[in-house]
Ligand binder design. Structure first.
Ligand code: GLN
Length: 490
């Protein structure tokens, strides 16, 4: 039997419009697949949505998201639906409002069927730190899927839904997308309202999508972008509200040799997996053949090595301040206590994992008056230095193109290898996706190939607000890579 949920949004839409399938059939199938999935991808599966699906009878021809099932990372507020960001401190928390992105998708009559597991409070990159334990890779359960948006990545990779929502503060959509063999897209910071997204590090946080193909990202960005009075950092400028669609001018631009792609040499040099490097170089050759200019650019290794520590200081500092409201009184379960301090202590003692406690302690340490200058402020200065370097690259190039990760998803028992965390492979080649959170740039990972039967992806980052151009170039590269054909062979 066809699994309709592995098709593209447009393909599913056509079948819905022709009444060959119904929203109810899709939702039934999606929920069945979610329940049978063995990767630990779900916090909550919402069976009340059958009623919604049943009520959708007359297809809306011009509304591509009509009746489309999807899933939501658990740090995005959903009215009357449990939302705990995979943290014990929020156990039992049921928001009284929807995030703006959810309201927009529901207005389009897309159907949210589940909340997905994540690294606790979105801090983390392994998909193993949430209160329900590790989320696993559907390609091979011995491997991680990566995080923090782990469950949302599984849901698309395992063809449970055609698209899912995630959030990306350092790489939390784009790295798991690489490990999952799917597309992961983070638009320009501010293009999608963050109202209702639990803030982690708000100067870096961006909502985004997992999909099976680049074209679906056009559809989803178009449906969810725009100024929102509930989020003062969302974009006001009307210029950016133009329809986001496939633009043949960009294909013509490629042929006319006006598209320029930058590759950062030191990042490629720091990748040990030569199969990934070779595959990447093959694609560069293909791009040059169709007229795209490929430019190798250099950034000093010493500067690249500072990306992760800079990110770590800023993200931990912002997160400790953003999560100060998790005191056991306002949200989650209340623990009997006499004083406010006692209540906070009890709630946090039980409510946070050891990993979160470590990161919050680090964030507090960086914000201590006596440490601010040498840690927090210094990190902010360095962030600006990195932004300047990147903006310089964008003066002569439209896109920065790199492998999303130096390797396939690691095996679950190898993720705590301390030597790895001080290597250039980690510091330089495994953390460069953070740069686009520093700059606020749109950035997308597309699936590229397989190594040892596990997928890996390539990443493209564009200038801020040039989401449309980025997606168009990603589409060109996606057509060259032909990942689906490769997937059939493994
Ligand atoms: N892995 C990074 C971290 O642990 C990124 C997390 C994210 O993007 N939410 O902070």
């Amino acid at each position: 039997m066809t699994n309709y949920l592995s098709l593209s949004i447009k393909e599913i839409h056509e079948l819905l419009v022709e009444k060959k399938i119904t929203p109810l059939l899709l939702v039934n199938e999606a929920i069945k697949r979610a329940e049978n999935n063995d990767c630990n991808a779900f916090e909550y599966i919402d069976k009340d949505v059958f009623e919604i699906a049943k009520s959708l009878v007359e297809p809306e021809k011009d509304n591509l998201l009509w009746g489309m099932p999807f899933v939501i990372k658990d740090n995005i507020s959903t009215k009357n639906v449990l939302t705990c960001a995979s943290s014990n401190i929020l156990d039992g928390y049921v928001p009284i409002f929807n995030a703006t992105i959810i309201d927009k998708l529901i207005k389009k009559k897309a159907i949210p069927i589940a909340k997905t597991t994540m690294d606790e409070l979105a801090l983390g990159g392994s998909g193993t730190t949430g209160h329900k334990g590790a989320t696993l890779n559907p390609y091979n359960n011995e491997h991680i899927i990566g995080g923090s948006s782990c469950g949302s990545a599984v849901a698309v990779s395992a063809n449970i839904v055609p698209f899912s929502l995630g959030s990306d503060t350092g790489d939390s959509i784009r790295k798991p997308a690489s490990y999952a063999g799917i597309v992961g897209f983070k638009p320009t910071w501010g293009r999608i309202s963050r109202f209702g997204l639990f803030p982690f590090a708000n100067s870096l946080d961006t909502l985004g999508f997992f999909t099976n193909n680049v074209e679906d990202c056009f559809i989803l960005l178009d449906a969810t972008t725009g100024y929102d009075k509930k989020d003062s950092t969302s974009i006001v400028n009307k210029i950016y509200e133009n329809k986001i669609e496939i633009d043949n001018c960009i294909k013509t631009a490629a042929v006319n040799k006006t598209i320029r792609i930058a590759v950062i040499k030191e990042i490629i040099d720091s990748i040990k997996n030569k199969s990934i490097v070779n595959e990447f170089k093959n694609i560069l050759e293909e791009l040059e053949k169709i007229g795209i200019n490929v430019n190798y650019v250099s950034i000093e290794k010493n500067i690249l090595r500072t990306i992760f520590p800079t990110y770590f200081i800023i993200s931990c500092a912002e997160s400790v301040s953003n999560n100060a409201n998790l005191d056991g009184l306002r949200f989650g379960k209340y623990s009997e206590a006499v004083t406010y301090q006692e209540s906070v202590l009890k709630a946090r003692e039980k409510g946070f994992s050891k990993y979160i406690k470590k990161r919050f302690i680090f964030g507090n340490y960086a914000l201590l008056k006596e440490n601010q200058e040498k840690l927090y402020l210094r990190a902010k200065k360095n962030r600006n230095r990195i932004i300047d370097i990147f903006n310089n690259i964008f003066m002569d190039n439209d896109i920065v193109f790199l492998p999303a990760s130096p390797d396939i998803a690691p095996k679950i028992n190898s993720i705590f290898d301390k030597d790895y965390f001080v290597s250039d492979e980690y510091l330089i080649a495994d953390n460069h996706l953070i740069i686009s959170n520093f700059t606020g740039s749109p950035s997308i990972t597309i699936p590229a190939g397989f190594f040892d039967k596990m997928p890996f992806g390539f990443n493209l980052t564009g200038r801020i607000f040039e989401d449309k151009k980025l997606l168009n170039i990603a589409k060109i590269i996606e057509d060259i890579i032909k990942f689906k054909q490769k997937a059939k062979k493994i």
